[in-house]
Design a protein around this ligand. Structure first.
Ligand code: NAI
Ligand code: COI
Ligand code: MG
Length: 354
């Protein structure tokens, strides 16, 4: 039997609800695939601030580094919005990503055939969508110095170094080599020097991957093209803020933000989390869709090279959707039965054994 030590960070808002379902599914698939998971919980975000006065305690960083992988829910909420920035949950998450060296965030947006009607876009536009956003995660404007705010002015700095662009470009081109060999690099090079620089370096790295077709797109056009014709994209390579925004947009192409998982890699240990936040508007109500987190657990299994177990989870999700079970976010799309967070987890945990 294989054993993995998993650092679990439930976080705030819907975080505990969705992570509980992912653990339920992992345990179920572990039984059939002979895998044991040892979970150890750590605090991050608002929960960590409330407990120890720090949104990213050293113990959490250390615990993650000592684990085989990290499973994370979400952080943030109204309660902590007026704290000084360094004490806010979001700062805790940014610090954790930086400390763990997780510079690459892989966010696949793949339509389930069972959900082709689950979009405001026409089925012919979205059927077959299979794209992945490769988002730079530890640089750009979220981290750039100087940053400043007073009553009269405020600013942030979008900065990328050569090394940062090179390494994320390699991740995107390698991803494209495993897929349809197309990279669209998204920037704002018509206005920003940092984007011009990004573009030049991406062009240089592209020479090492002659089989991959590279094109560039301005981010405003990309936001429109994602809706107009999402199937033109294979791998989207972009910076921290643009990737954050475009991946939330991409989630609505496939039906709901509650469906998109992610893997953050680049350091000694990978971290797996849904792309969405802590959804304080529905927290504690068992309304959240846990599929994004369960798919993140499947990405974690792929990272651990447990490919059969990962496939079982993805197949089980398809099966449950095909049977017409929907959480409230997808209730209006071919639902035979609307179920809560826990019931959705139960169903997926049941069908992973089939
Ligand atoms: N990685 C993380 O932990 C992230 C944390 N946040 C934080 O989360 C808090 C809320 O941020 P928002 O801008 O409202 O974004 P959000 O992603 O939490 O929620 C946006 C909307 O999507 C819905 N939603 C999100 N996840 C869902 C799910 N699994 N099932 C069904 N509906 C879902 C919410 O109910 C809400 O209406 C903030 O404090 C924000 O900073 C935001 C994004 C990422
Ligand atoms: C809350 C932020 C720190 C990040 C974010 O929105 C994301 O990673 O999707
Ligand atoms: Mg985001």
């Amino acid at each position: 039997m294989k054993t993995y030590n998993i650092a679990v960070i439930k976080g705030d808002g819907i975080g505990p609800e969705i992570v509980n379902e992912a653990i339920k599914v992992l345990n179920s698939v572990g039984v059939v695939e002979n895998i044991k998971f040892n979970y150890k919980e750590y605090l991050l975000g608002g929960a960590a601030y409330d407990a120890v006065g720090d949104p990213c305690p050293d113990e959490t960083i250390k615990g993650c580094l000592e684990s085989d992988a990290v499973l994370f829910g979400s952080i943030g909420g109204y309660k902590w919005e007026s704290l000084p920035k360094e004490k806010r949950p979001e700062s805790g998450l940014l610090k954790l990503r930086k400390e763990l060296g997780l510079f690459a965030n892989i966010r696949p947006a793949i339509i389930f055939d069972e959900l082709v009607n689950a979009s405001t876009l026409k089925p012919e536009i979205i059927k077959g969508v299979d794209l992945v956003v490769v988002r730079e995660l530890t640089g750009g404007i979220y981290f750039g110095e100087p940053r400043y705010k007073d009553k009269e002015k405020a600013y942030n700095t979008m900065i990328y170094t050569r090394e940062e662009v090179e390494r994320i470009a390699h991740v995107a081109f390698k991803e494209a080599m495993k897929r349809n060999k197309k990279v669209t690099s998204i920037d704002k090079a018509n206005v920003l020097e940092v984007s011009e620089f990004w573009r030049e370096i991406v062009e240089e790295i592209a020479k090492e991957y002659p089989e991959v077709e590279l094109n560039h797109m301005y981010v405003d056009n990309a936001a429109m093209q994602l809706i107009r014709n999402p199937k033109q994209f294979d791998v989207i390579l972009t910076g921290n803020i643009f990737g954050d925004i475009l991946s939330d947009e991409a989630s609505m192409i496939v039906g709901s933000i509650g469906l998109l998982p992610s893997a953050s890699i680049g350091g000694r240990v990978g971290l797996f989390e849904p792309i969405h936040g802590s959804a304080p508007d529905i927290a504690g109500e068992q309304k959240a869709n846990p599929i994004a987190t369960i798919l993140s657990a499947a990405m974690m299994l792929e990272y651990l090279n447990e490919l059969n177990a990962a496939k079982r989870i993805k197949d089980a999700i398809k099966k449950v959707l095909a049977l017409g079970y929907r959480t409230p976010d997808l209730a209006e799309f071919d639902a035979k039965e609307v179920v809560n967070t826990s019931k959705m987890g139960d169903l997926i945990a049941k069908y992973v054994k089939d």
